[in-house]
Design a binder for this molecule. Structure first.
Ligand code: ZN
Length: 228
């Protein structure tokens, strides 16, 4: 069968039915849910963010922070599965229009070289990547912190941003995200590929959407910190 590229476009119709996810195992629930969370956070803090994706990104972050731990703990919880399905759609619209940033840029090479599920490698990088990116967008990260109720109006943007990061770490912990070592990746193997992974990440263009100037050397440091 021959394909012509123009005849393989994106789907014309997507049916979002949360009932198809009830039997999804915990590992898939965690990886896909944390991928959607990363989409929403990155789109909201991307240089390419704009008002329409902002609304959807904030909505997705709120749903995921509340309902992903519930869906992970009890996959039969219909409300949690429905909220996650809506959030995944919202976050998908966001990345199609505002793109992703540092986490996705650094995550793809890990998937390619160490065969870690995409959403899981995002989650393994979230803490260190967001720690790096935070001071480039305190206002945006801080707003997310207030929106999810981790921070309030009396907090400065910086404090609210840090509280948001702590809340994200909590969700990763609730979803039992392993470290690279716990996943079975050897430090020497990982370190041997840091130079290539950092080059590939920079070449993807995604890191440059981060609201902070960064270099290949910054990415190399972040990869190393993920092992410390
Ligand atoms: Zn993704």
């Amino acid at each position: 069968m021959r394909f012509q590229l123009q005849q393989v476009p994106v789907p014309r119709l997507a049916i979002i039915d949360a009932s198809f996810t009830y039997s999804s195992p915990k590992s898939i629930t965690a990886a896909t849910g944390l991928d959607a969370l990363t989409h929403a956070i990155e789109a909201y803090t991307s240089k390419r963010a704009f008002c329409l994706t902002d609304t959807l990104a904030i909505s997705a972050v709120k749903r995921i922070m509340q309902y992903l731990p519930i869906a992970y703990k009890d996959g039969t919880n219909k409300k949690a599965r429905e909220e996650m399905a809506i959030a995944a759609f919202e976050a998908g619209v966001c990345i199609n229009n505002s793109s992703v940033t540092l986490v996705h840029g650094m995550s793809r090479p890990i998937g390619a070289l160490f065969h870690v599920a995409h959403g899981l490698s995002n989650a393994m990088l979230l803490k260190e990547c967001l720690t790096f990116a935070l001071d480039g967008a305190y206002e945006r990260f801080g707003l997310l912190g207030r929106e999810i109720g981790a921070a309030d109006k009396s907090d400065s943007d910086e404090t609210a941003a840090k509280k948001f990061l702590q809340a994200v770490e909590k969700v990763c912990t609730a979803c039992e995200v392993p470290t690279f070592t716990e996943y079975g990746i050897k430090k020497e193997d990982f370190y041997a590929r840091i130079d290539k992974m950092s080059t590939d990440a920079m070449d993807s263009g995604s890191p440059s959407n981060t609201r902070k100037a960064l270099t290949k050397e910054d990415l190399m440091e972040i990869y190393k910190k993920c092992f410390s």
